[in-house]
Design a protein around this ligand. Structure first.
Ligand SMILES: [Zn+2]
Length: 260
């Protein structure tokens, strides 16, 4: 549902290629900041524990390269959490955290999105991670395809709540983006409703108000939701501050788009 898959490869990479990329990325990161780097996220346009994506033979060298960080976050599909995850965790001196796309707490919609997992699969993955003291965070989509605008907030909140009930350390809520042909087709067939910035703000306010844990609103491509030039930057700044402080700020007012 995000469009990172467009950058993935169709063939497995040769052994050593991924450690080489990680080594280069860490060197680049360090050249850009004098601050100590404590956390690192490795998102691979797929699932980290898909052995077709990250060869098992590379685990030891990847773990070695990451050993200097306090926390290592990798992304994985709930169904691919298992023995490989535990193997990698055992090699890694850092705290491991898995980012999983829960997407939405509705089996019906997960199936229609062809996500190839159920809420029960997600829960099982969380139980296994919890048992082995591996942290996890969740991605939740705001108004995925097949959701009517009047159900958007309720389903978003239900999804955030489900993630926290399953032990998520934090949740990122992500406005559904219409940036690929498949999503555009769903829009044309009426299965995907375009989001408004007001809906997104309202979901974020309500998700923070649940007070279940840290929630962030993903700002990636937020410009797609811009409809009013007069207040967009103020709205975006408000969200950035709320992400950083985890407290709800007064709503943005605008005499241009909300006259009277
Ligand atoms: Zn405005």
């Amino acid at each position: 549902m995000c469009d990172l898959w467009q950058h993935t490869t169709v063939k497995p990479l040769p052994r050593g290629h991924i450690p080489h990329q990680i080594k280069q990325a860490i060197a680049q990161l360090k050249s850009r900041t004098a601050e100590p780097i404590r956390h690192i996220k490795l998102y691979n346009s797929g699932s980290f524990f898909d052995v077709g994506a990250i060869p098992l033979e590379d685990y030891a060298s990847i773990a070695g390269l990451l050993s200097e960080f306090d926390r290592v976050i990798v992304e994985c599909h709930p169904k691919l959490i298992g023995a490989h995850t535990l193997k990698f965790a055992s090699m890694l001196p850092s705290k491991l955290e898995i980012a999983m796309g829960l997407e939405t707490a509705s089996d019906d919609i997960l199936q229609r999105l062809n996500k190839r997992f159920t809420l029960s699969d997600y829960q099982q993955a969380c139980v296994l991670l919890g048992k082995h003291s591996i942290d996890h965070r969740a991605f939740v989509m705001i108004q995925p395809p097949f959701v009517q605008p009047n159900q958007t907030q309720e389903l978003c909140l239900k999804s955030v709540q489900t993630a926290f009930e399953c032990g998520a350390a934090c949740v990122a809520i992500i406005p559904t983006r219409i940036t690929t042909g498949a999503m555009e087709t769903l829009r044309q067939t009426g299965d995907l409703h375009p989001l408004s910035l007001e809906q997104v703000e309202s979901c974020f306010d309500a998700a923070l108000d649940l007070k279940l844990g840290r929630v962030w609103l993903d700002l990636w491509d937020l410009e797609h939701l811009q409809t009013c030039l007069a207040c967009f930057e103020r709205r975006k700044n408000r969200i950035e501050t709320m992400n950083a402080t985890q407290s709800i700020l007064p709503k943005t007012t605008c005499t241009t788009c909300q006259p009277g």
